[in-house]
Ligand binder design. Structure first.
Ligand SMILES: [Zn+2]
Length: 137
């Protein structure tokens, strides 16, 4: 009886651990309806302003430009970072090992790719009247 109880408790703990470490859902921009795509871009923009910029602003300033919504590849990178960040931090106790991996590996690698994608933005994009960069004619 006690053995069965311990086995059940162990199973419950494994299930709980799996739930806590469940992978985030990746973003597939190709299947999003236009409204969902715009909504996700707004979510990501808010996340950048409220979370990413205050926590990692010095890294972002070198790589990420305001015209990011105009660049599908950058949106892909930011969408995956946003989902993973949400999985790590949107809980009572943020996941420290995952947060360390995010800071040490995921963010620097993504920002390196984003920086390469946006190196030509100063020539190709300009600030529109709405405050967003748009490709130059
Ligand atoms: Zn640009």
């Amino acid at each position: 009886m006690a053995e069965r109880t311990m086995a059940r408790q162990a199973a419950d703990l494994r299930r709980l651990a799996d739930e806590l470490d469940e992978p985030a859902a990746a973003v597939d921009w190709t299947v999003l309806a236009p409204e969902a795509e715009a909504g996700l871009r707004d979510e990501i923009a808010a996340w950048i302003t409220r979370k990413l910029q205050p926590m990692y602003g010095e890294y972002l300033d070198e790589q990420l430009r305001d015209c990011w919504p105009q660049h599908p590849s950058v949106c892909t990178e930011l969408g995956q970072l946003y989902r993973e960040w949400s999985r790590i931090f949107d809980r009572d106790k943020p996941l420290l090992p995952a947060a360390l991996a995010f800071s040490d590996r995921l963010l620097p690698l993504a920002l390196g790719r984003i920086g390469k994608l946006m190196t030509r933005c100063s020539r190709q994009c300009r600030i529109s009247e709405r405050g967003h960069d748009v490709p130059a004619p």
